[in-house]
Design a protein around this ligand. Structure first.
Ligand code: SF4
Ligand code: SF4
Length: 347
């Protein structure tokens, strides 16, 4: 999303490149966390026994809201969990988006592609309702649960039906995309877009051995690479689906209490997210005490998201950073309010 689905981190998730506001017109929805697999690298800890899900009616309502809120062509991106697990509901979401001027992209592990006939049978009704991209999640970790031959079958079926395919993978020393390509070469995936990103130790991946990871040589000093409002299966608005969004300090709103328009507003105006997008997680280290800051600087990180997760999953660090960012934001706003002769709220 960007209009594309990507395995932005360690799950069947999505990324959007940059801070996305209403103008970009994407509703990213993770309707359930249930998955037929339980991959060792899965960021959101999806699995067969996890029943966390947004109520079906609320999902449909969010899609209708998106149709009213976004002008013209807009994109529904679906991820999970495994979205094909409840196919009837999936088809209903795609159809609802279509009825409200939207098209759909999604990402799946392809467990359902047991034969060409079955893959085509399942994909065709979705394509008829304007599914435009089949995102496929493929790593070594998936193989315990899904035969990669099924990925090949899904690619072939999609090609036959003229559906674009994007394969997303995460890299660790024991899971490299190039090693998996043999399994799908029979599908002649000439026009498939492949993307590989480093595996970030978040969620179930925290249990993987450290020496399986590709650490950056230096402290990652880039800015937030993939902020995008994403609604998770608990109904919380996450600022991204790269792991940081799973953490409470990086969540904005709740579909039980907020409309999609309100969630978009909370996302676009969140001072912490704006800071991460402008300055990056490494700039937050300066808000910590000198001892803490040194500890953080001395550790190893895979990338900016790994650093961000490690800063914000520690409650004390997160609240200190957020407090300092809010103070900075107030420092920028106050002179403007004074000029306009508007009293700051709370006075
Ligand atoms: S298939 Fe995707 S969502 Fe399911 S457990 Fe594996 S990484 Fe997680
Ligand atoms: S830097 Fe943080 S907020 Fe930005 S995409 Fe990475 S984990 Fe998410």
């Amino acid at each position: 999303m960007l209009q594309a689905v990507t395995e932005s981190q360690n799950a069947d998730t999505i990324d959007s490149g940059q801070l996305r506001l209403n103008s970009e017109q994407v509703l990213s929805l993770l309707p359930w966390n249930t998955c037929n697999a339980r991959c060792a690298h899965c960021g959101p800890n999806s699995g067969p026994t996890d029943k966390t899900a947004i109520h079906h009616e609320r999902c449909l309502e969010l899609i209708r809201e998106a149709g009213r809120l976004y002008q013209g062509d807009w994109c529904l991106t679906l991820s999970g969990g495994e979205v094909f697990l409840f196919y009837d509901r999936l088809l209903e979401y795609v159809t609802c988006a279509r009825e409200h001027n939207g098209y759909t992209t999604l990402i799946s592990n392809c467990f359902w592609a047991t034969s060409s006939q079955r893959a085509e049978k399942l994909l065709r009704p979705l394509i008829d309702q304007d599914l435009r991209v089949l995102g496929i999640s493929l790593t070594q970790f998936h193989q315990e649960y899904v035969d990669p031959k099924r990925v090949g079958i899904a690619i072939e079926a999609a090609r036959k039906l003229k559906l674009r395919v994007r394969v997303r993978s995460v890299a660790s020393k024991t899971s490299r995309l190039w090693e998996l390509l043999r399994a799908v070469e029979g599908a002649h995936p000439w026009f498939v877009q492949f993307m590989e990103m480093p595996l970030v130790p978040h969620g179930r991946a925290e249990q993987l051995p450290e020496d399986d990871l590709f650490f950056a040589d230096e402290l990652p000093t880039g800015t937030c690479p993939a902020a995008s409002l994403t609604i998770n299966p608990s109904g919380k608005g996450m600022v991204c689906c790269n792991g940081g969004g799973d953490l409470e300090p990086l969540q904005v709103g709740d579909v039980d209490f907020h409309s999609l328009e309100q969630l978009e507003y909370l996302f676009a105006s969140d001072p912490t997210l704006r800071y991460l997008v402008r300055r990056g997680p490494s700039a937050c280290i300066d808000f910590l005490s000198p001892d803490e800051a040194e500890k953080v600087r001395d550790s190893r990180y895979v990338n900016e998201c790994d650093l961000c997760i490690k800063l914000f999953r520690d409650e004390k660090r997160a609240s200190l950073i957020k407090e300092r960012i809010n103070n900075e934001a107030m420092g920028e706003i106050l002179p403007v309010l004074e000029e306009l002769d508007v009293p700051p709220s709370g006075t």
